[in-house]
Design a protein. Structure first.
Length: 518
């Protein structure tokens, strides 16, 4: 990971040579699923941004692997077009030419050993002609159903063997399993083929500057940490709200649902970074150990807890930003009688000394009133009303809001005296916006992640135990839903609304309320 103490910058910005990251190690970057959406929308634009920022090594080659027939030249042309469509800023012809000139293509089925023989030959050729030192990053931009197949075939072709200083790494996209058992099985099989430190499990939330900033805010300031505990915090709200519906992913989403899609991964990343203890060092294992400990300390949910503390809901037709939005069940690829949740809200308790008694409320959903990802830390109110004219219940809440996206930044809300002869108080807000301070070039969010894989820094990647502890929390919810307990029934919300009434009730029961999404 790039030095957190350095002035924040994006991969596209010129930086102080003292703190500027070095170009990554020589390597070949192999993309399985080279014809897919992820490759053209995110991976290749991210490689472009790294190239433009001179963070790619000079000794670099990209090999795309997919089923369709295509020549090297056709692949280069297609990726050039993808850049014209999806680059995050107007691409320079020179950088595009140099980058795509390093691309080549292997046509092959993922289960055919011959695909891997041809790939092995291409890798040897890249080593000779480009000087990649035999280092290689295999990126699985494929459906999860072929993760183990590709890894097994790579191992059989001896392409995962590290020797003579050469490294081989495997990058895996989410979803990592569909429940605790399948995630464990996937790990068991992968760890039979590679060492843990060769596996890079991506959660793209960790590529977001604002997510990385949670650690900086907490551990690079003397101000917040002393207040960061049950002594001063009343509760925490983590929201990932989207206005988007399932779009063209109906088939995948209908088998997945909001809980699996977002909670054990993205929302638990946010929770872990908020709740973790300071690591002893800023090193991959120290950071990941503290994050895993925070998630492991979440109190396991009993079936009764699932009834009381989890709300699942699906959207009906409604209006999002003046646009008529269809019901979830009318979306393409979705079963018209689907019972899949597009929204989930959960109250969790963390049983450790720092957080005992401080509920963490999580919610995420599609087709909601606004797009908003944030962590809101609500501090305890002042213990009594010193000012006659403002009873304690009328004091504004002390609230620290970390805005992950959009409008990236943070704000702190507190009370101030309203002007006039008598003492009345009113809520005011100090606001920090990234855009006001840092001139960061737009990026895909994958730049840091790809760069970190290339330099072997796993801080921003999930270790097997991080993934497992996330699924362990979620598993009782999946079980209770599968058993069809009445009290855990699916409920409804209108597209474009704040979510279901039951989610409001979840907090109202504790005398609290969600922040507005819109
Ligand atoms: C993905 C989910 O992992 O994250 C999507 O599969 C979701 O359903 C997306 O829309 C949200 O990512 P972001 O970066 O837009 O918050």
């Amino acid at each position: 990971m790039m030095d957190v103490a350095a002035p924040p910058r994006s991969a596209g910005e010129s930086a102080d040579p003292q703190t500027a990251p070095r170009p990554a190690d020589p390597c070949a970057f192999v993309i399985f699923g080279a014809a897919g959406d992820l490759t053209k929308r995110l991976l290749v634009p991210a490689l472009y941004n790294l190239a433009a920022a001179r963070l790619l090594p000079k000794e670099f080659a990209v090999i795309g692997v997919a089923r369709g027939e295509m020549s090297d030249d056709a692949f280069r042309a297609r990726m050039g077009e993808a850049l014209r469509e999806f680059a995050t800023s107007a691409p320079s012809d020179e950088v595009v030419r140099d980058l795509t000139g390093r691309f080549s293509y292997v046509r092959g089925d993922f289960d055919d050993p011959n695909t891997y023989r041809v790939l092995g030959d291409k890798l040897s050729a890249a080593e000779r002609s480009r000087g990649t030192n035999g280092n290689c990053l295999f990126y699985l931009a494929t459906p999860p159903s072929v993760f183990t197949l590709v890894a097994e075939r790579l191992a059989e072709a001896r392409l995962l063997r590290q020797e003579d200083e050469r490294w081989r790494r495997l990058v895996i996209e989410k979803p990592f399993g569909t429940d605790l058992a399948s995630a464990r099985e996937l790990d068991r099989r992968l760890l039979g083929l590679l060492a843990e430190n060769q596996i890079y499990r991506i959660d793209h939330y960790l590529g977001k500057e604002t997510v990385q900033n949670i650690m900086v805010l907490r551990f690079a300031n003397g101000l917040f940490e002393p207040l960061w505990s049950r002594d001063h915090i009343d509760h925490v709200q983590i929201t990932v709200a989207e206005t988007l519906s399932v779009e063209n992913r109906g088939k995948f989403y209908d088998q997945t649902g909001a809980l699996r899609d977002m909670v054990p991964n993205h929302l638990f990343q946010l929770l872990a970074l908020t709740a973790m203890e300071p690591p002893a060092h800023f090193e991959a294992d120290a950071v990941r150990t503290e994050k895993a400990k925070a998630v492991k300390a979440i109190r396991p949910l009993t079936p009764d807890d699932v009834c009381a503390n989890v709300v699942r809901a699906q959207y009906r037709a409604g209006t999002i930003a003046d646009r008529r939005a269809a019901a979830y069940r009318e979306e393409r690829g979705v079963d018209p009688r689907s019972m899949t949740e597009s929204y989930v809200a959960i109250r969790l308790d963390i049983d450790n000394w720092r957080w005992a008694g401080v509920p963490f409320y999580l919610r995420t959903g599609k087709a909601l009133a606004g797009r908003r990802t944030e962590i809101a830390i609500k501090f305890k109110t002042a213990p009594f009303a010193l000012f006659r004219n403002t009873p304690v219940e009328h004091l504004a809440q002390n609230l620290l809001v970390l805005r992950i996206q959009p409008d990236e930044g943070a704000s702190l809300q507190f009370n101030a005296k309203t002007p006039g002869p008598e003492i009345y108080t009113g809520g005011v807000r100090m606001d920090f916006k990234y855009a006001d301070y840092f001139d960061a070039a737009p990026n895909t969010g994958y730049e840091t992640l790809i760069y970190d894989c290339m330099i072997g820094d796993a801080t921003l990647f999930q270790r097997a135990d991080n993934i497992e502890s996330g699924w362990r929390v979620v598993q009782p919810i999946l079980d209770a839903w599968r058993e069809g307990r009445d009290c855990a029934d699916l409920t409804w919300y209108a597209a474009g609304s704040e979510g279901p009434q039951e989610a409001e009730d979840l907090l109202a029961r504790d005398g609290r309320a969600w922040r507005k999404i819109e």
